[in-house]
Design a protein. Structure first.
Length: 352
């Protein structure tokens, strides 16, 4: 089985999974709106097919709550607010709740300012970036998110042996007149969560996307436990591209929030820089979707390489999975609910 294939189990109604996850987080101590926001983002990730960042993360989040590493109540500290630009200290509050709240703030203000930017430091893990994009695109808005994890270092800078950066994902979603384009990629070839999963299952990558402590490319995720690193996007050949991207994401998210590696944080801390753009403040939404639609159509019209299917746009497969999950239920990966069963028993929450 390929390293990226999913072992799909039974299907579950999306609403039931959201209620189950929200009940788990609430029983663990999260305030209800925060529990619901986290559950919503995790389930949406599974619906889109990003199953390393869906309900599989709930076990880790519950462990963080039990360990006292996630703040359960209250609001972020506002460090700066100039209307179109905000900076928050996330106070280790749940990442999905912080990001959705920042987006709601931006949605309320973007008609006035045209673009609204929010930097969030010292927040907890925000989950799957793609899970946020549809909410903006359906409003005719553009959303971009840069995120980094200053509490860890698993990615080597290009040409180096020692890890200095996080995978530093970037996402952007924009309307096209049809389905939105939804891009969610990291500055590293693979993610930490995928490496942990493969190592746990005793599997290897299909290609050498990691590097040993001695500088040899490797397909074995276990090298990360022996001083190895994740390679930046582009690998050992063109890794300067992912390296530059990671530097940008870390600088924007940590520098603009004022909180990051310089403070020596540990654990599942995320820094975030998000922007919401209203095309109406520029040439207009119709002009934007006319151009974006033409760009998308040109990509789809490109003849496929031999042996491959039609050219797709980023997010196209995810939206197809999302609609299938809405209609038929969420095809959760095998083992995810089994891993949550002990927590459900401990917290007195009924399994879905």
């Amino acid at each position: 089985m390929s390293a990226v294939e999913s072992r799909v189990g039974d299907r579950h109604e999306a609403g039931a999974l959201r209620r189950f996850a929200a009940d788990l987080f609430a029983a663990a101590g999260l305030e209800a709106p925060k529990a619901e926001a986290v559950a919503d983002i995790l389930v949406e990730a599974d619906m889109l097919g990003h199953d390393t960042h869906g309900l599989e993360l709930a076990v880790r989040y519950l462990g963080e709550i039990e360990a006292g590493s996630m703040t359960l109540s209250g609001d972020p500290e506002v460090l700066s607010d100039r209307g179109a630009c905000l900076a928050w200290n996330g106070r280790r509050l749940p990442g999905p709740w912080l990001v959705t709240r920042a987006m709601e703030t931006a949605f309320e203000r973007v008609a006035q300012y045209g673009t609204v930017s929010v930097a969030i430091g010292n927040g907890h893990h925000i989950g799957c970036l793609a899970a946020y994009l549809r909410r903006a695109a359906e409003r005719g808005l553009v959303l971009s998110i840069h995120s980094s994890a200053p509490g860890i270092a698993t990615v080597a800078p290009f040409g180096g042996l020692r890890a200095a950066l996080s995978p530093a994902p970037f996402s952007i979603g924009f309307p096209t007149g049809g389905d939105p384009v939804m891009i969610d990629v990291s500055a590293s070839i693979t993610t930490n969560n995928m490496a942990m999963r493969l190592s746990r299952e005793g599997r290897r990558y299909d290609r050498p996307w990691l590097m040993s402590a001695e500088g040899e490319a490797s397909d074995d995720p276990a090298v990360l436990q022996r001083g190895g690193t994740v390679l930046p996007a582009g690998g050992q050949d063109h890794g300067q591209k992912g390296y530059g991207w990671a530097l940008t994401a870390e600088a924007l998210s940590q520098g603009l929030s004022g909180q990051g590696r310089a403070d020596g944080p540990k654990g599942m801390v995320n820094a975030v820089f998000l922007q919401v753009i209203d095309p109406a403040a520029f040439a207009g939404l119709d002009a934007f979707t006319r151009q974006a639609g033409a760009i998308a159509d040109g990509c789809r019209a490109s003849p496929p390489r031999p042996g491959l299917g039609p050219v797709r746009l980023p997010g196209e497969a995810g939206l197809r999975r999302y609609r299938d999950a809405e209609a038929k239920g969420v095809a959760l990966r095998e083992g995810i609910l089994d891993a949550l069963r002990p927590w459900a028993g401990k917290l007195g929450v009924a399994m879905p």
